[in-house]
Design a protein around this ligand. Structure first.
Ligand SMILES: [Zn+2]
Length: 263
């Protein structure tokens, strides 16, 4: 007697189980349908998603090319852009700034983030005296051009934001790769982040300390209208550079050069 009862109960349970399963499937299936039914409301954020793009800070597009010469200048169009790397340095940057001020010359300072952080007063003085900031990474990382795009972009942004913060929100218009070790991706990334990739035309190798006279002679021989001159106000002893700049500023001014920011 008992087996048939067991089968009946088992059959009943099976039927109940199946019904429950079907009901669950139907409910689950209706869930998304209800969500979709509320489409007009839910569609709103989806359809407005592209509007996020215009909310990004508007920056003029920068050509992804390495800027190694400069335009501008006086009536004769003779312009030279002086650039100082690896500072700021409390021993040498103030002396360079004094010389530039005496000649009403403006220059670009490619600062190492770590040095900028250590000497915020010098960063602010550079900005206050009309010079421009150039991002030179936080640690003078010559390998930045070989990083993955994400890491490269993050490095560029972190060092730029650091300079902006230390300077009191000054613009950081340029980026210069440490040791001039560019990669096409680095030039592109720099431009995308609103910083012109800044190269140079004249490199007197002042950092090798060849003597102030040699630095002066090299700059005199190689400078032409539109030249971007690479010098260093930090990263080591720069007395020779300071002495060279003292001689070069009047020499260049006498020849009709005006001192411009790279454009
Ligand atoms: Zn450097």
């Amino acid at each position: 007697m008992s087996p048939p009862y067991i089968y009946r109960w088992a059959g009943l349970l099976t039927v109940v189980g199946l019904l429950a399963g079907v009901t669950a499937v139907v409910l689950l299936d209706r869930g998304p349908s209800r969500t979709l039914a509320a489409g007009p409301v839910l569609d709103l954020p989806v359809s407005t998603a592209p509007a996020v793009v215009p909310l990004a800070p508007a920056r003029p597009a920068i050509a992804p090319t390495l800027l190694s010469t400069t335009a501008g200048g006086g009536a004769e169009g003779k312009a030279v852009a002086l650039t100082f790397d690896d500072g700021p340095d409390p021993a040498f940057t103030p002396r360079i700034l004094d010389l530039l001020a005496a000649h009403r010359a403006h220059a670009t300072f490619c600062m190492v983030g770590r040095a900028a952080q250590a000497h915020p007063d010098l960063v602010r003085r550079v900005v206050a005296e009309g010079h421009r900031l150039c991002n030179h990474t936080i640690t003078h990382d010559a390998g930045i051009g070989m990083r993955t795009p994400d890491v490269m972009t993050r490095q560029l942004q972190i060092s730029r934001d650091l300079l902006a913060q230390v300077s009191g929100d000054a613009d950081v218009d340029y980026f210069r790769a440490p040791e001039g070790k560019w990669s096409p991706a680095l030039v592109r990334s720099s431009a995308q982040d609103g910083m012109r990739a800044l190269g140079w035309t004249v490199d007197p190798l002042d950092w090798t300390q060849p003597g102030a006279d040699a630095i002066v002679a090299r700059v005199q021989q190689r400078t032409h209208p539109g030249a971007v001159v690479l010098l260093h106000d930090g990263g080591g002893p720069r007395d020779q550079t300071v002495a060279a700049v003292e001689a070069l500023l009047p020499w260049l001014a006498d020849r009709g050069y005006s001192f411009v920011l790279p454009t």
